[in-house]
Design a protein. Sequence first.
Lengths: 592, 479
Amino acid sequence: MAAHLSYGRVNLNILREAARKELREFLDKCAGSKAIVWDEYLTGPFGLIAQYSLLKEHEVEKMFTLKGGRVPPADVKNIIFFVRPRLELMDIIAENLQPPREFHILFVPRRSLLCEQRLKEQGVLNSFTNIDEYILDLIPYDGDLLSMESESAFRECYLENDQTSLYHTAKGLMTLQALYGTIPQIFGKGECARHVANMMLRMKREFAGSQNQILPVFDTLLLLDRNVDLLTPLATQLTYEGLIDEIYGITNGYVKLPPEKFAQKKPGEGGKDLPTEPKKLQLNSAEELYAEIRDKNFNAVGAALSKKAKIISAAFEERHNAKTVGEIKQFVSQLPHMQAARNSLANHTSIAELIKDITTSEVFFDNLTVEQEFMTGVDTDKVNTYIEDCISRKDPLIKILRLVCMQSVCNNGLKQKVLDHYKREILQTYGYEHILTLNNLEKVGLLKPQTTTRNNYPTIRKTLKLWMEDANEQNPNDISYVYSGYAPLSVRLTQLLARPGWRSIEEVLKMLPGPHFEERQQLPTGLHKKRQQGENRTTLVFFLGGVTYAEIAALRFLSQMEDGGTEYVIATTKLINGTSWIKSLMDRPEPF
Amino acid sequence: MTRPKPEDDEYWNSSKFSAFTFDDEDDEFTKMKESKRAVNSMLVDDDDDDDDVEKVSWSGEPIGSISWSVKETASSIRSSGEQSFPKIDITPSLPKQGSGYSLSSLFKGKQQVICCSAFTDTSVRAYAPELRKPKSECKDYMSDWSPEETVRRMRKGKVFSLERFRSLQEKLLLLDEAVSENDGNVITAVLIYLKKSLSKEILFRELMLREIALRHYVHYLKEMGEQKLLVELMKALGRTDDMALMQYKEHLNIKDEGQRRDFLKNCLSLPFSQDDAIHVQDHYTLLERQIIIEANDKRGDAEIFKKFPRKASILNMPIITTLYYSCFYHYGESDGTFSSPANIRKTFRISEKQYILTALGARAKLKSWFDVDSLFNTKNWLGYTKKRSPIGFHRVVDILQKNNAPVQVLQEYMNLIDDPELKLSLAQKYKCHDIVIDTYRDLKDRQQLIVYRGKVERGSKEDKKIEELLCNMQIRWKN
């Protein structure tokens, strides 16, 4: 069912199994029939851990979403609330209680004294048989990818200075080490990275008594603050998966697509019965074709799809060659697999068509041109007329903010006059209440006035080779293919760490925010890995504050590089794109 | 898993939620509480921390203070669904050795114990700490827990007591220890205790020296909605901009426009940064004005409202939208009225560019080509009118085209575009053949003209025009 998790360099199914076991144990604690009342936000992340069948096996008969009023009637003994530790949810729970039934709360990912106090104030704390926590820090998302699925992590860390999610990160990494062995080397860049490493080292000291006897699977952990590289998520991702996320948004591994292109066209039915519900698809490496094309630059996807189409139709043609009973039998046995491949191909052809409509549009092209101008340092110090035009056309505010922030980042801050001009235009066109959002963007450093006349972005760009003129989209030889020219700074740092090491870029590291550091964790004797000749190292790269699909693609590209020497597993607080990221920083995401 | 199985969908969809009513269950609940209370006053090793009634035990200590109450083995979980005695022996379902991994077994303490006792504890204490007996005779070993031990226990979810930390110094040691462990949950619990047991001034003073604790405190106050205290804290910290914005943000929660306006008016006196102050002033002025305009226009007496009924109210719309509205419904009003475009433009310091764009959009929508014309007409000193625009004429053409302007109007403005390339691409896009042909003629580009001939209809006016040009011997073609 989740076999794709075990195909990677590191078998992440172990982590998933551990999480499932934990869930089963909790469910069995509440003996008898039960109903689960869900904090709706949690259903997505839980879906990555368990299907309904698992719950059903443990006598979960009904499921509801948590909302005001009473839990609907259900003939069950136990009512279990699966909730995040949020005060407002406690109030709703208090409303929902209605004996005679046994009530339980499962806090995800951690219980909170504050919430329990609120339940007490509401006079209901007594009504709970079990109050427990379900530690769901790192969720296996794909064979080489872990996510905490914590939407607000960046906002909390960098805007509100709330480090709770960093604590969860450290805890999650401790869990990971308990399952996969102590990670001997820790590198990091950024304030939050430093903080997480400190917490990890401290937690390790607390377990000093019990040595971890598991042979380390990971050689290195790299902790990266998102604010070390604010530029990358602002750029439009140009990989297949990245574009699906940019345009339709991938949530907890699922995407919802406009249904028109997916209608089954059968002769004679004409145009009737067009589906109106969005088409929901799961996207992960369990799907062979998707695993093959997800990380390609979109311009290389068409060719890959048509190649695949030829292979599949050739396979179907085989039936004419099947003469003997044995041959026919063999052909038939392959049919299910072939049909699945054909469906998969049909789906992705439709998605690629949908995306192509957008990528070939003038709007997309113009936007991309401006982005690339900024990233290459063209005219970043004056008011950009394209941005002005977009504002006067009332394009979505998030699009404007992405561009303005990008210009600011690529210019190491905007001239006061330029910044004021943008601000005024934005407030006048989109509403004065957005001073709140603009202030937030300034606080996290995405938007800022120039304080020195020295712009160090060009130095960073040149030293780290962030812009490659001749990016090869079809047969890439460098990570810059994921943004058709721009090599994501975060991934470049990762690449340089593996070879030749950060010492070669000390100067640039100093220009980026936060400290960089290296720590070592002692391994018990006997656990030192003896590396075989030519065996790759395994590095876990943790993005604190979010990572984009294009960055993941770039890291996968590095993993697959011949004589790259390092394979990467990626972990993050949340999978983001420029839009979802900026949205999380807005104080009023929706207009009136 | 959101929608697990079709058979469940039916349930999800059909289930109706009725409002909560306090009926007999409530009674039952009170009874339950009563019986529990009775039990509690007899039991010693129970930590009843859900009742705020002060009960006194044999030792003279109020019940609920953990320092006497609970042994570690006695769970404080109210494990009893049926009003049984709280002293329940919980045998936690620990994963058995060798049964594979379980996340919780890796890190959790041996037991799950709820430890909100700290809260009751302090609420009892806070009244008169000095009246409290010196360390009681039956001195509990727990009361000797160091800050380290206490924080460790809190993190592990074991029973703990904060009330033994009485002096300021002890409390601060506890706080520092909690902070050094980074567990936000514990830090918050300690902060709640300090909030209840220290004066505001002292707490603020100490928090200012402790950045991380301060952040957690701010977060806690936000979470609890303690706006007033938060504002005081911000003031004390000298973070006045933040405070002002935080208060301003509240307006988003006010639905009624009158109240919202009044709230914004009150915000004007807040210590915003210079720039923000101007924006907030504008915000207030705008809403005030929108309320006046709305009151007048809602009746829709004027002809224009009958011809083009309003689709929505103008309240809370951005200023540019308001200006558009004004250019649409109130064009030509004298400068003196609140709703006239000129007045709005002046009051809100709208740039010429923005004004022209907005007015153009509104007048083009109404197909008032005369008004469009006069937006760009300027007279030079000789009295000739000339068209001038602060925005590129290609943008003007775009806007006109979007509003279905007739070809003559489009062509007029297209001809004003200086850059021939741009002119050509727009003309081709919007099929203004004359302009394409003329431009190629001006560029002396015979080849392109021949190519373009294929795109116009045979025998049409345009076709003939190209024919004539190609035959014209006077033109010195470049190719």
